[in-house]
Write a protein that binds this ligand. Structure first.
Ligand code: F6P
Length: 361
């Protein structure tokens, strides 16, 4: 076929539910146009090895089983910035030319990058330097990418956190306990706010709203004394700070740091202030690894199809986005520039307050 295109696709940054559904949609939409899709393994890392690591993706590989799977069949990485790549001797090297060279060698007419804001910023810079036709698809359980109402993976993560509250409630009630649930989300409290309202939390703490431990304790006392309820549910976002103002982190092997620890920190203080037995659950990566719920499968499909439409139209440097029940596209730059945190004057915050949920202030 004279105008047969070869396009590349990769997943980058933390995995989430719905990535395989996006890949499937891209492969199906491209196949209808007679194009070949090359899946690059482990994000840009697959372009750094020689031979490069990739596989040609065909419709036949994507029966509907894969669409239901969490994770990404291509693999991903949230380390190894190609402009400052950590080398075995401890030094850092700019390896962007190797990636750009790899894309040229594969003969890709366009690259579809599925990632969050960090990955998109890297891919955009690579595209500019290497004159690569780039389309981005937003994915992140944090839902912090701007210019899109939802990113792939968020709805499922919020569902998992809500389900965790559903499961914590009966055991809390059976033992007269306060249950603290620590959820992910980095600097945006979207998972905490959504699951907290949906899961009937008494207290929701998010990085966007500074809290007072006394206010939290007062709310829990009110639940006991005024509402005559023997349990309380608290959701806390991982990036919420301590009373002293620092964000808690856990250090992994190799020195890498990630948010973690605020749940236990708060659990101790809530128990000390209220006298109630308190238990802490850290939900962690459970929020990322399950089958996508319908909302994520739907936007995954719509995003994948629209990304291929953009390539067909020769419209590049765009991110597909969800807006007003429709799929649109926006400049990648605009999406990266506008982080989507919880709007402290928005509908969710007002709803939570009207329901009597304590936001710590
Ligand atoms: O950005 C997605 C996310 O799951 C955050 O919510 C969390 O802080 C981080 O990634 C965890 O990263 P890792 O998988 O490297 O532990």
């Amino acid at each position: 076929m004279a105008n047969k295109k070869r396009i590349g696709i990769l997943t980058s940054g933390g995995d989430c539910a719905g990535l395989n559904a996006v890949i499937r949609a891209v492969v199906y939409a491209a196949a209808r146009l007679g194009w070949e899709v090359v899946g690059i393994e482990d994000g840009t890392a697959g372009l750094l090895t020689r031979p490069m690591r990739y596989k040609v993706l065909t419709r036949e590989m994507f029966d509907t089983t894969i669409m239901r799977l969490g994770g990404t069949i291509l693999g991903t990485t949230n380390k190894g910035n190609p402009f400052k790549f950590p080398m075995p001797d401890g030094s850092f090297k700019d390896r962007s030319d190797e990636i750009i060279g790899g894309i040229k060698e594969l003969g890709l007419e366009a690259l579809i990058g599925i990632g969050g804001d960090g990955s998109m910023a890297i891919l955009k810079t690579l595209a500019k330097r290497g004159n690569i036709n780039l389309i981005c698809i937003p994915k992140t359980i944090d839902n912090d990418v701007g210019k899109t109402e939802s990113s792939v993976g968020f709805e499922t993560a919020a569902y998992v956190a809500t389900e965790a509250l559903d499961r914590l409630q009966p055991t809390a009630a059976s033992h007269d306990r306060v249950m603290v649930l620590e959820v992910m989300g980095r600097d945006a409290g979207n998972i905490a706010m959504t699951s907290g309202i949906a899961g009937g939390a008494d207290v929701i703490l998010i990085p966007e709203i500074p809290y007072s431990i006394d206010k939290v304790a007062q709310k829990i006392m009110r639940v006991r004394e005024e509402e005559r309820r023997n349990f309380a549910l608290v959701v806390v976002s991982e990036a919420v700070r301590t009373i002293e103002g620092s964000a808690l982190q856990v250090e992994h092997f190799g020195g890498e740091k990630r948010y973690g620890g605020i749940g236990h920190y708060l659990g101790e203080r809530i128990a000390a202030k209220t006298g109630f037995e308190t238990r802490v659950t850290v939900l962690g990566h459970v929020q990322r690894g399950c089958a996508p719920i319908p909302g994520d499968r739907l936007i995954a499909a719509a995003f994948g199809v629209h990304a291929v439409e953009l390539v067909a139209a020769g419209k590049f440097d765009r991110m597909v986005a969800w807006s007003n029940r429709n799929v649109i596209d926006v400049p990648i730059e605009d999406a990266i520039a506008s982080q989507q945190a919880v709007d402290i004057n928005g509908a969710l915050v007002r709803t939570a307050r009207s329901l009597g949920i304590c936001l710590g202030d």
